[in-house]
Write a protein that binds this ligand. Structure first.
Ligand SMILES: [Zn+2]
Length: 229
């Protein structure tokens, strides 16, 4: 462990050297600002980031917009460390331990497995922030699906429309565990000899016989019955 810590310190020192960015060239003396004006280079500013190798110090250009007084660190955006003190790799570690165990234990695991000192609060905040981010992305996908404009049939009959349903356990007596067909319900044999339930799966076959007044197909159950799937 001591040897690992020594290697981490050496790696962090080397990484800090790599993260010393030079003063930008004249053509990079200003950048577009979201307000529509331009932000001017001010100076190199330091910042600390916890990486997989430990804490590193970086020096990067700072830009300030004289109109809206908003500051920018383009390097932070590039390295994905904007407004956070954790590198992307460490954030993934924090999220992983945060979802698997209590946050206090997550802090201990970070020390044991990665030799990184973090607080339980850091584990909590990072895991929750990542969870919120995932939730927002899922909501966006759901909303996108809801807003999907499917073309209406417009008097184009749908010959056959299949609707598939999942299976579920149904309590049965022993003689009913044999495969059989009835009323469109198929009982599959139980996998255990003394099982008291079978799985039923039901499939409806919808046939477009006559369009409704609105031009949509009229579903009815297929006369051919249902099959085990
Ligand atoms: Zn601005």
């Amino acid at each position: 462990m001591a040897f690992r810590s020594a290697l981490h310190r050496a790696g962090a020192a080397a990484l800090s050297e790599l993260l010393r960015f030079p003063v930008p060239a004249r053509e990079r003396g200003s950048l577009p600002c979201p307000c529509g004006q331009r932000a001017d280079y001010q100076e190199l500013r330091s910042g600390a980031v916890l990486t997989a190798l430990g804490w590193v110090q970086m020096w990067r250009p700072y830009y300030l917009c004289p109109h809206c007084h908003s500051g920018q660190f383009p390097v932070d955006v590039e390295l994905d460390v904007l407004n956070t003190e954790f590198s992307p790799g460490v954030r993934r570690m924090l999220a992983l331990v945060g979802q698997e165990m209590p946050f206090r234990q997550g802090r201990e695991q970070m020390k044991l497995r990665a030799d990184l000192e973090v607080t339980a609060k850091s584990v909590e905040r990072t895991a929750e922030a990542l969870g919120a981010d995932i939730g927002q992305r899922q909501q966006a996908q759901i909303q996108q699906a809801l807003e999907l404009n499917l073309p209406a049939p417009e008097n184009q009959p749908i010959p056959i429309l299949y609707v598939q349903m999942d299976g579920t356990g149904v309590p049965v007596v022993k003689k009913e565990t044999d495969p059989r067909m009835n009323s469109g319900t198929c009982l599959l044999p139980a996998t255990e000899s003394r099982a008291s339930s079978s799985e039923t799966r039901r499939r409806f076959t919808m046939v477009n016989s006559r369009p409704t007044d609105g031009g949509w197909p009229t579903p009815r159950r297929s006369p051919v019955g249902q099959k085990c799937m």
